[in-house]
Design a protein around this ligand. Sequence first.
Ligand SMILES: [Zn+2]
Length: 64
Amino acid sequence: MATGTEPSDTDARKWEYTTYAPTGEMCPACLKPIKGLERCRRGTLRRPSQPDVVVYRHLGGCPE
Ligand SMILES: [Zn+2]
């Protein structure tokens, strides 16, 4: 009996590498701005029928 062990196509996360955020970028996880030249994690949000959105999130956890 086939069970759902295949990778899900709905996993659109793609947090590939760390980089430095451009000035003024906002972290979508905590909704706080990321300081310029702060190391962060760059990713792409893929949504149906919409262009990819590049987002930057705090690296190693968001500040309290
Ligand atoms: Zn954050």
